[in-house]
Design a protein around this ligand. Structure first.
Ligand code: PLP
Length: 331
């Protein structure tokens, strides 16, 4: 990555920051929400900010094809497909599992935006190995490929959330409001790494409360370690001294009892509470789980009543349609 990275413009920024009036009144906390579900890229989400830097790098390197991987309902893959369409790049997605009979949610959107879909089927290859194989095959055909890591989580991607913190800082100053706690979903770590670095750089107040979505057994490397690596890369490239201490990378690990992508009463409760009280949609995999974590902590008053709370909505709403059968109650 170069020292002065620029962005490929993909997002509608700044995303709104607004108060959740009903939930604040009900809970006795002062709750705001930052709407990265409104970044604008084919229904938005946090990956849009990362892709502004990743796609720019691909274009600068003269690549004509981007490759990435994820679950079939991956928001990252859907936003990559959209970004590639905008930038005029070919997009190849390596997706877990067998091809379904009907495409729904994010998968449908990736298809509509022209991505080439490769289903792993029963393939025993790990994602990294599969991506390397796919890249080699495409390179053989003369394509010039750019590999985006799972979740867009390397330093280039994390740059999106470093600049998001500058954006947030400005908004907080404008409304003269300072969060005591900032909740968000963490999974492949790039968002958290960017928020962590940006917090230090721009002096953004608030304890970070990243809620872990996946089971730790599913990681090839502990998430804390990955985040430390991204911070180290940042310090090295930009000649900065953001503190690197694994023990300071706090992650809320109480809400990932169910497997990744499994909808439980927790996610349902979160979706229900935010939709019915505030007219805001969460997703069943990430923000549903993270918001529930926050909700549970507030309901049990595990943090002081009256605290100022920011929930950072990271998108994912198209997946709601893929979970329709599990979400519709009382019919
Ligand atoms: C909606 C949503 N929220 C949060 C995340 C987590 O972001 P990260 O992978 O950077 O930890 C993702 C990742 O796919 C996501 O799709």
């Amino acid at each position: 990555m170069k020292k002065n990275p620029s962005k490929y413009s993909l997002a509608f920024l700044p995303t709104p920051l607004h108060k959740l009036f009903h939930l604040s009144e009900q809970t006795g906390y002062d709750i705001y929400i930052k709407r990265d579900d409104q970044t604008g890229l084919a229904t938005g989400g946090n990956k849009t900010r990362k892709l502004e830097f990743l796609i720019q790098e691909a274009v600068e390197r003269g690549c004509d094809t981007v490759i990435t991987a994820g679950a079939q309902q991956s928001n990252h893959c859907r936003q990559t497909a959209a970004a590639a369409a905008i930038a005029g790049l070919e997009c190849h997605l390596w997706l877990n599992g067998r091809e379904p009979e009907i495409y729904q949610g994010n998968l449908l959107l990736s298809h509509l935006m022209g991505a080439h879909l490769h289903f792993s089927g029963e393939n025993a290859k790990g994602r990294e190995e599969a991506l390397a194989y796919l890249q080699a095959e495409l390179d053989k055909t003369g394509r010039k490929t750019y590999l985006i890591p799972v979740g867009g989580s390397n330093l280039t991607g994390a740059m999106g959330y470093i600049s998001a913190m500058a954006e947030l800082k400005k908004q907080l100053t404008n409304i003269d409001w300072q969060p005591d706690y900032i909740f968000f979903a963490t999974s492949s770590g790039g968002t958290q790494a960017g928020i962590h670095i940006g917090k230090m750089l721009y002096n953004v107040p608030g304890n970070l409360m990243p809620v872990l979505i996946d089971k730790e057994k599913d990681f090839t490397q502990p998430l804390e370690e990955k985040i430390v690596e991204i911070i180290r890369d940042y310090n090295e490239i930009f000649n900065k001294q953001v503190r690197i201490d694994k023990n300071e990378i706090k992650i809320v690990k109480d809400y990932n009892k169910a497997e990744y992508g499994k909808l439980t009463e927790n996610e349902r409760t979160a979706i229900d509470v935010l939709a019915k009280n505030e007219g805001v949609l969460l997703d069943p995999v990430y923000t549903g789980r993270a918001f529930y974590g926050m909700w549970d902590i507030l309901q049990k008053q595990k943090i002081p009543l009256g605290s100022k709370i920011l929930f950072w909505h990271t998108g994912g709403t198209p997946a709601l349609f893929a979970y329709a059968g599990e979400l519709i109650i009382n019919i």
